[in-house]
Design a protein around this ligand. Sequence first.
Ligand code: GLC
Length: 464
Amino acid sequence: MKQTLFPILTLLLATRLLAADAPTNSAVQTPAAVGSVAPIETTAAREARLAWWREARFGMFVHFGLYAIPGRGEWVQWEEQIPNEEYAKLADQFNPTSSVTAWVETAKAAGMKYIVLTARHHDGFCLFDDGTNEFTSVKSAAHRDIVKEYITAARKAGLGVGLYYSPLDWRFPGYLSPNVHRQSAEAMRDQYHRQMEELLSNYGKIDILFFDGGEADWLSFGGDWKSAEWKKRPAGQHYKGGFSWQHDKVYNMIRRLQPQVIINGRADMPEDLHSREGDWAGGNFDNQHPWEHCLTLAGAWGYQKTAHPKPLNDCLHYLINAAGRDGNLLLNVGPAPDGQIDPAQAKRLREMGDWLGKYGASIYGTRGGPFLPGDYGVSTFRDKTIYVHILKWPGDKLVLPAIPAKVIRATALTGGEAAVTQTEAGIEISVPAANRNATDTIIEIQLDQSAGAIALTEVPAAKK
Ligand code: GLC
């Protein structure tokens, strides 16, 4: 393992200085440039295309690949600087025995409505058939087209089907220094275009494409060369070299082959949804630009032997907070080398499903609002019903601001009697202490008119 990537890195460090001064090339793709070739779609048509995904609210992210074998996360090759040839040997051991239908069953049991599987991560190993390319699960010890099996199983179960794909591939020095290793960068681009065409043509309908590492600002290594840290280029220091991913061609191909597919925004293409990433990175309320919060259920994205699932309460709060901010939650599992989701993680997911079995009406098919998130928690609504999710009681009662609609009925979904009074000053809610729910006290409020017509309203913090 002493034979690391460092010799390459040192060479690239020298070339990076040259690369930084490379002339600007107008062929560099920008979202605006790509947007100009995109087919025109009305806002209403776009909303209709995304409607199923908005209603779904909750999906499963699956990171699976060779990195499951060492069990130290999906960045193991980069972080431990494992040479390509050595890492590639893992394919001889890659032989998951369990069926992917177990992923689908677990997702269903969790109340998830779609799955996004890593068709190919940064290490370049494909979980699909890529013709003569040897570095795939089809040519590994497993001899399995995992993408195909997964899509067949997920479709059968009625779940939405998503694929994660990384245009960048660590095996190509052209990724690290596209200005110097231009041929390598172009070979990597050819691979990207070819593999996208395969994924979009050979597996039936694809519902979601989750790109990662395809933005020009990830090119040419924005991080610190002395450590293995890899960062996006800092704001204002855009990649200005001459290499282009030619995402416009891919984008046109996507729209031709899979007109309905929903695309996240990490490949400098017009985005349908925005990815927010990491623990507590749920961010602000936004009901204008569709977004999804992705994070891991346990440790790294790829399998980590030592990782434990997050507490149930945290998992549910991530979901409730996403819905109340008008976004989705994509919760990740990294199956073990045999393909199984760690039993403790599968159990946690089933517990989430149990909660959704009881209170799913307050999450699925709702939109965030009309009360904006605050110290108290969040609110969601559907038609004439508002669900107030009280995650933290401000005191004896919660006071919501006045709204121009009449409260007809109010019920505590999580048990007990809710006392709800509407005055000109606002809506007061109280529930006996014994009936407050430690995770979320949900109050269902029926109005005399559509909650969607009510303007979004801040909920002032309770006076101390
Ligand atoms: C990051 C990581 C990657 C992971 C992804 C999930 O970009 O590089 O390993 O797959 O986030 O969103």
